[in-house]
Write a protein that binds this ligand. Sequence first.
Ligand code: NAP
Length: 245
Amino acid sequence: MSTEKIALVTGANKGVGLATARQLAERGLTVLLGSRAAQRGAEAAKDLVDAGLTVRPVQIDVTDDASVRQAAEFVDHEYGRLDVLVNNAGMLIRKPAVEVSADDMRPEFETNVFGTVRVIHAMLPLLRRSAAPRIVNLSSDSAIFAKATEKGSMFAHSHESFAYSAAKTAVNMLTVKYANAFLDDPELAHVKINAVTPGYVATDLNSFKGVKSTDEGARASVYWATVGDDGATGGFFDDNGPVPW
Ligand SMILES: NC(=O)c1ccc[n+]([C@@H]2O[C@H](COP(=O)([O-])OP(=O)(O)OC[C@H]3O[C@@H](n4cnc5c(N)ncnc54)[C@H](OP(=O)(O)O)[C@@H]3O)[C@@H](O)[C@H]2O)c1
């Protein structure tokens, strides 16, 4: 097996995902820059390649079975394994909680929750072939019960992230369930999976109102994507360490 490390970052054509792709490539990883729009991915990858980094664009729409399967086939054909998967693709639709219907919630669950499972399910056979596989799931501070239930906090009053917060909380539980399942399976016990929150980052997701840069927002993803064998699994972290569920 080559010593080159192969990383796939979904939703990496912009925002936190793009910064994560760049930082991983700067650490010497070969980065597959995932983008649902092939053109946007190609443009983003070109900038990183021009900067001397080893980055290749990969079309992957996390809501589309065929797209995810083709991405897995590409990784298998080109590298035969995957070392790092960052499930970064995400979306937020703001709507006041009391106006949200069940159907309104579907897109956010489709991308943030089912998309994460769809990609993990497709990539797991490739990850298990790695000597040190790492999965990072992007969660959010808005998924933290301790914050949502803290009287007077910003999170206790952000009723417009109803579906998004619930979806990211589901991502947290899936992360724990996967971690436990991997530990109980001798063939997958070497797979580490963690959830991270990037903090409030200035990106399209929040009309650039966030206070952190994308480089700062990518730190936790990059740390847990490259954590050593002594690192945790099944945890929830920001760039300062563990955060409450
Ligand atoms: N910004 C924050 O403050 C913040 C806070 C907590 C958590 N997060 C999480 O961090 C992650 C990155 O968000 P961001 O702030 O960087 O937002 P962003 O700039 O809007 O980027 C989101 C990325 O996800 C991609 N995406 C959306 N739907 C997709 C799909 N079906 N298939 C593949 N890619 C898809 C987008 O692609 P297109 O360009 O094609 O739309 C884009 O590349 C998300 O999971 C988000 O929930 C962000």
